[in-house]
Write a protein that binds this ligand. Structure first.
Ligand code: HMG
Length: 397
């Protein structure tokens, strides 16, 4: 019996309710705005409201998928994040009540910097291969937060991308061939006592270049198609110029002819306005590519994932004929445009608000109109709410 094809049956992203224009940040930091817009390739960054976190973002990204497909076949929920809200309980467990998921389900959280969303997809594909009637809900969700007044501040951002992994996917087939690379380095990491990462900026850029080249070499050694034979490339984007630079360097390394920035740019358009979203970044890039390109049915698309520390992986995906009818482009555009612009002062205020670290109770103000919110921390428990306007996650006809 032929093995079923496995891949992404549906994909959707969510971001925060607030956004800061980087021109505003540049003005206050005394930096020419071109440094952010051209040097880093970033226009704005998503800013979380006080009552938003990786769980509310994850729920908002997954809800439209569940409303379309229901949850009957979902046997596993994998949440990939490096913004964990608990050292023990998996963030995905909060989704059971927020999204009406059944109890006959396994739930786990994965961590390896920005890479773990890709690991989640690979684990999900293996689970579906073992039980082809089942589906796995993978959600990559993160809030990128750096210290104020640092070079990294302009690369903050936040988003979640939810993906339904199944056999005979309607949107993207995942090739069984991938290329991986890992190395024990310290280019970016967040010790348990810190709420922001320690980052060696320039070293992290060099490490990214080395790791993605290593992953491509492994991909080719395993019989993967040539670098230059892909129709489009989606990269992990700590800032979108990183994708452009990595693509340029890989084109040179693999003698792939004239560098085509067009093969990269469609996959950077949402990221430019959202900022780094760690685990979700290369999949936000994938959504951006699909939402902003012509028909890519049957064309090979590379997804290049990098997580500091470090692990990189190259995936090969093929959009399935008919996938365009299933894109959520309108919803994604609304998600972007409905963000409320905050001033520099409002952004600083939000950044500086931290939940108490001594275990005391905390009520959060109702700040925005997203479908889910963190309402309180009470008795050390996180209390989430579904807003009345959240709609149902019950399958539509
Ligand atoms: P910086 O010190 O601001 O960098 O830090 P810069 O001075 O080198 O400027 C950046 C670019 O702007 C340069 O371009 C400048 O020339 C240009 P390049 O020379 O490299 O092509 N520039 C200008 N362009 C136009 N007009 C101007 C102008 N002025 C300067 N007037 C850095 C930048 C990325 C280091 C900093 O933002 C940082 O530390 N970010 C955090 C770390 C990071 O993003 N690393 C990326 C690789 S690691 C990764 O991707 C993993 C990660 O996502 C975490 C995880 O895995 O969990 C971070």
């Amino acid at each position: 019996m032929a093995a079923p094809t496995i891949g992404i049956h549906d994909i959707c992203f969510a971001t925060t309710g607030y956004v800061l224009d980087l021109a505003e940040l540049a003005g206050h930091r005394g930096v020419p705005v071109q440094k952010y817009q051209r040097g880093l390739g970033q226009d704005s960054m998503s800013v979380p409201a006080e009552d938003e976190d990786i769980v509310t973002l994850a729920a908002a990204a997954a809800a439209p998928i569940l409303a379309t497909h229901g949850h009957d076949e979902i046997r596993t929920v994998l949440v990939a994040t490096e913004t964990g809200v608990d050292q023990s309980k998996a963030a995905g467990l909060y989704l059971l009540s927020l999204l009406d998921l059944p109890s006959s389900i396994r739930v786990v959280e994965l961590k390896q910097a920005c890479y773990s969303g890709t690991a989640a997809i690979q684990f999900a594909a293996a689970m579906v291969a073992r039980e082809p009637g089942s589906r796995v809900l993978v959600i990559a969700t993160d809030i990128a937060r750096y210290d104020l007044d640092t070079a990294a501040e302009a690369t903050q951002g936040a988003a979640a991308v939810a993906m339904l992994i199944s056999a005979d996917p309607a949107m993207l087939q995942l090739s069984p061939i991938s290329g991986v690379y890992a190395r024990d380095i310290s280019d970016f990491w967040r010790p348990n006592h810190r709420s922001t990462p320690v980052v060696a900026g320039k070293e992290s850029i060099a490490a990214y270049h080395d790791a993605v080249a290593g992953a491509w070499r492994d991909f080719h050694a395993r019989g993967g198609r040539k670098f230059g034979d892909f129709a489009a490339h989606c990269y992990h984007q700590p800032f979108t110029q990183m994708a452009v630079k990595a693509h340029r360097e890989l084109t040179r390394l693999f003698a792939a002819g004239a560098e085509s920035e067009a093969a990269v740019l469609a996959g950077t358009l949402y990221n430019r306005k959202i900022g780094n979203c760690y685990t979700a970044s290369c999949y936000l890039g994938l959504v951006s590519l699909l939402d902003h390109s012509g028909d890519l049915s049957g064309c090979p698309v590379a997804v290049v994932s990098y997580g500091s520390g470090c692990v990189a992986e190259v995936l090969e995906l093929y959009p399935v004929p008919g996938y365009r009818a299933r894109l959520r482009t309108e919803l994604h555009r609304r998600t972007m445009t409905e963000r409320t612009t905050v001033s520099y002062a409002e952004y600083r205020h939000l950044w500086n608000i931290q939940p108490p670290t001594d275990g005391s109770d905390y009520l959060l103000p109702d700040q925005r109109s997203g479908p889910f919110r963190l309402a309180a921390i009470s008795g050390n428990r996180r209390i989430y709410e579904r807003r009345r306007n959240a709609g149902s996650t019950k399958k539509s006809a």
